[in-house]
Design a protein around this ligand. Structure first.
Ligand code: NAP
Ligand code: MG
Length: 496
């Protein structure tokens, strides 16, 4: 399969012809040592273009620029002016939505129909929600016992934030990170994933056009070493990270050693439970989209399915038929339902899990073993395993690909125990028409998001994050603001 760059609009094509530079202190600059790295089209495996590779000198410069903005122009802006700039950025993202949707599809392999419908509108909406917050961040007066003392609190920005994001929702994850940080009055150095640098760089141009003071937001493309340099830099006050649990553990430990503020949004192995009285059509559609959406590359993918034994045969037969009929194809083709995996590395990883499941004795009811060397793109047909046991790797580890494991259950207590038997705790779902059972399970399932008769419902106002090894802190909603604010108590002796 091939996708031609000629399928792109003039605007997207134009962007690709420009050099892809770092955005530091309001200027687009090459890496100090001139290094670049390639980015690839996962639908073809071909190189798209190169981006600047930020090294330690660039990290120093970006952190210094962010500090300068914090102590200067951005730090001195009235709250309402901060909100206006964030809203302006949301408008610009909508204005350039078609181009951004194409670039996102090209660089990350996400179907264009999805980037248009989900990624770009959600990015703009997220920023718009946070644009309303700066004027609503308030301290309190505290009724202390001394009548001669006035005590009040102030909420102040944490400072310079390093924000490290993954490749599965590149632009949306940038917005999730930027919205709360900017609303709180922080400044940012944003580090997109090396697999998907392009929309973050187009975003940097829009940030520039919106008129943010120089240095408020800096964008450094690079790899894990760029991220690590930001984590360790003495000039960063807070680290916000979304990605794998293994890197999250390392970042958490390093941030802890330096006593930096840290929030982590990590992986999952989320259980989705279908009770015997569920609306079966809705439950099957939800289970299908819950795992295969974005080709399974979602932290809250519904990757473990538990179906009441009375429905297990019907549910898995119908899921298998849907998986076999799924249209997996190039991201820029409108008829594509599911795109390729993001990289050769992810392809090999997912292939390894499918082989492992077969070797462990599970039944591959839909899908097949991807070929060892993919031709023309990293495509994997949706896979469904049955005859799985809880100790298999495919049942325990985050695969981050279109691979579902399905198992039957008999009793509610039993399924709660099995659903919670994981190091993760990002999301869990229940399909039932019995309200009492739904809410009983919602209370017992150990996860940051519980979806009742839906999967992955989301809104900028709704907090999102993990229990256990799925992370620390919450994104979205006003809970996210607290992660970017320090609380200061001011004691005033009034005298008598
Ligand atoms: P990853 O290594 O955790 O990468 C996430 C981000 O962290 C990227 O920007 C990455 O940079 C950066 N990074 C890597 N090592 C770092 C370090 N030591 N210090 C600071 N930053 C660092 O994830 P991945 O390798 O791309 O994907 C591997 C697995 O992670 C997936 O299979 C999946 O299980 C999980 N994942 C989870 C999410 C999620 O939303 N929770 C998202 C993506 C992946 P570079 O990519 O440029 O090296
Ligand atoms: Mg790419």
């Amino acid at each position: 399969m091939t996708t031609s760059l000629s399928a792109l609009s003039a605007a997207a094509g134009n962007f690709l012809t420009r050099p892809h530079l770092l955005y530091i202190g309001g200027r687009f600059v090459p890496a100090a040592d001139g290094r670049t790295f390639p980015t690839y089209d996962p639908s073809t495996g071909h190189r798209i273009s190169d981006a600047a590779y930020a090294g330690t000198e660039d990290v120093d410069n970006a952190v210094a620029a962010a500090r300068h903005a914090l102590e200067g122009q951005w730090g001195n802006l009235p709250a309402a002016a901060r909100g206006k700039l964030i809203a302006r950025l949301a408008d610009l993202i909508e204005e350039h939505g078609a181009e951004l949707a194409e670039l996102e599809a090209l660089d990350g392999g996400k179907p264009i129909s999805m980037t248009e419908l989900v990624d770009i509108p959600a990015t703009a909406e997220h920023l718009r929600y946070f644009s309303g917050w700066p004027t609503k961040i308030e301290g309190e007066t505290i009724p202390v016992s001394s009548p001669d003392t006035l005590t009040y609190t102030r909420k102040e920005p944490v400072g310079v934030c390093a924000q490290i994001i993954p490749w599965n929702f590149p632009l949306l994850m940038a917005a999730w990170k930027l919205g709360a940080a900017l609303a709180a009055g922080c400044t940012v150095v944003l580090k997109p994933a090396e697999q998907t640098p392009l929309t973050a760089l187009r975003l940097a141009e829009l940030i520039d056009e919106a008129g943010f003071p120089a240095g408020t937001i800096n964008v450094l493309t690079g790899d894990g070493s760029t991220g690590a340099a930001l984590v360790d830099h003495p000039g960063t006050d807070k680290i916000a990270f979304t990605g794998s649990t293994s890197v999250g553990r390392e970042i958490g430990a390093r941030a802890g050693a330096q006593l930096k503020r840290v929030t982590l949004e990590l992986g999952g192995k989320s259980p989705n439970i279908i009770l015997p009285d569920a609306d079966i059509d809705a439950a099957i559609a939800g289970a299908f989209n819950g795992i295969y959406f974005n080709s399974g590359q979602a932290c809250n993918a519904a990757s473990r399915l538990y179906v009441h034994r009375s429905l297990f045969g019907e549910v898995t037969d119908r899921l298998a038929a849907m998986a076999a009929g799924a249209k997996v194809g190039p991201a820029l083709e409108r008829s594509t339902q599911f795109g390729p995996l993001v990289s050769a590395e992810q392809y090999a990883r997912v292939r390894g899990y499918i082989e492992d499941g077969l070797a462990a004795g599970a039944t591959l009811k839909a899908g097949d073993v991807p070929t060892a060397s993919p031709e023309g793109g990293f495509f994997v047909q949706p896979a469904l395993f049955t005859d799985v046991t809880a100790d298999m790797k495919i049942s325990r580890e985050e695969i981050f690909g279109p691979v579902l494991v399905a198992a039957p259950f008999d009793e509610l207590d039993e399924v709660v125990r099995r659903a919670n038997d994981t190091e993760y705790g990002l999301a869990a779902g229940v399909w039932t028409q019995n309200l009492a059972d739904a809410h009983r399970l919602a209370a017992k399932l150990r996860a940051g998001s519980i979806y009742l008769n839906s999967w992955a419902a989301a809104d900028p106002a709704g907090p999102f994050g993990g229990f256990k090894a799925s992370g620390m802190g919450r994104e979205m909603g006003h809970a996210n603001l607290d992660a970017y604010l320090e609380l200061k108590t001011v004691w005033t002796t009034l005298g008598n």
